[in-house]
Design a protein around this ligand. Sequence first.
Ligand SMILES: [Zn+2]
Length: 686
Amino acid sequence: MFKKILVATFVAAGALSAANAQQAKPLNRANLDTTCAPCTDFYEFANGGWLKRNSIPPDKSSLGSFGILGDQNQEVVQKIVIDDANLVRDGEAKAGSNDMKIGNFYAACMDTTAMEKAGVKPLKPALDAIAAAKTTDDIVKLFGSRALRGGGGGGRGGGGGASPFSLGPQTDPKNSKLVILSANQGGLVLNREDYLGDNERANDRRAKYVEHMARSLELIGESKDQAAADAKTVMGLETAIAKVTIPQADMRDPVATYHKMTLAEFGKMTPHIDWQRYLQQQGAKTTADVNVRAPQYFTALDTLITSTPVDTWKAYLRWHVTNGAMNSLSSAFRKEAFAWQKVTSGVQQQQSRLKQCAAATNAALGEAVGEQWIKRNFTPEAKARAAKMVDNLVSALRDRINGLDWMSQQTKVQAVAKLNAFLRKVAYPDKWRDYSTLAIKPGSYYDNQRVVAEWNSERSWARLGKAPARDEWSMTPPTVNASYSSSLNQIQFPAGILQPPFFDPNADDAVNYGALGAVIGHEMTHGFDDSGRQFDAQGILRDWWTPEDASKYKAAAQLVVDQFNGYTVVDSVSHVNGRLTLGENIADLGGLTVAYHAMEKAIAGKPHPKIDGFTPEQRFFLGWAQVWRSLARPEQALNSLKTDSHSPNKWRVNGPLSNMPEFKQAFGCKEGDPMVRPESLRARIW
Ligand SMILES: [Zn+2]
């Protein structure tokens, strides 16, 4: 997993899902609903036919372009892991090779008989350690214990593992050449609002969560009564933690979350946590300053640590250790984990074991699988084509910045310097990750997950006190996503997204610029969104804006906040959080604007034929809209509203387009049409 703090992604991983084959034509008229006017609801116009024809498969929480392409990519992953497992079975995999590691990992995941036999045994060391705790300090020591970590392979939520915080290596926002420590709040399973909300939905979610906890605790051997009592106790403690947790939207502010201090100073803030001991427990070879991202949280947590009975903390730790490992344990645990997944995402049926294990292997050995995936699925020519498009988009944004009428020359020079310094990663790494020190043995799936977690943790801690690894990728090649990192000033586009419907070698420029071009523009714009703009060309948190330009920027950003606050999903009361989604919404608007002008440049001087009845300008916007067509279960949609920094798909289309005069012109919309916002409310940044 990569650090989310400084990385803005293009789509929430949780929103990805799947089905059938991608359409053959770049734009298919059958996907449109031409009974809906484009100037009334462009999302419906562009996708209505598709939305009516499709339904969400029972093992998915949503269905859309990202998920369908993701499934195609996963099919190649499945072939790779099965081939490697066969090589291992036939004695043809070389000892210590990636083939052997992949084959072993996948085979252990598929061996549900061994998981059944092991039962709750893999959790025994962690549960024994918790049982032995007698004092508050014993509890604090357990927060750092490696025995309580790993084995679950992630994907179950819960923040900082079994502890109510996380502390780990991270680039210093004010010195991008140095990895220091970063301390973060954590320790919750539900989102903060679900603990604190006083409405039917939150009440129901809490009740179901307590039942789920109780059933899970029974599975580790607690009596029915004990498990029910423990579940209530844990709910009480987690609610207390939620009360002092800072809302996610506030945590997006890089200045408000920068509080660098020595470890000794941090210790004074939290007298009941021995941070030196914590570092030793992690195997840290050195120490460093720490950026305490949420000081108020840690002060309050220190009080909670002593005011909460030791037995309550023990119940909390039992639950979190169990919760983190459920998918690597016997069928009773996996069934219970799925029962909860049903509640949170609305999914009806569990994915096949094969699919789960292929995805888990890809998550554990991403670049080993990725190296083979690229060989089977991607060419150097495709990489070169995508890199060229990135170059074109960078040059288009440079033109836009230089042409802005609201920005001073002084700020423009700095902005262009930052743009020119972008570290560009396209398709796949030049050098693949070396897994030679990672031993994956046949046998216990739980143990292999633990080994991988430990290996990743050691790699991460080894960077403490050094420069960050600039050449490493944070996403694996088959990923259908893209990212920007402020501290590296880096844009990253895995091969997984450089395919139809994002980039189609058979499509006209207009469609490709509307889809992949706008994706590239989106990630570049993150370097200049409300958070990203506060970092300079070297990835250093430093204010390089003139006060006047900064205040003009903020005024435009506020228009975007207000605009998205007005949008709802599922019903009329569930609103988008304009502040939480601001960075993404700015990136969509900026990305589209830049890509549109890059497209105009690319087609200038060439014939502009209508294709399927649409001009290139119209096809540009259709290209964008088709990327976002999606059906989502209400549970999934409502969950995303609270936790996802991206707006719901429909608003990722209609929101930015209704700000763009280019869209109005392309479809001949009039002032007053729903897809044309009043000029005074229209945001224009890039
Ligand atoms: Zn983004």
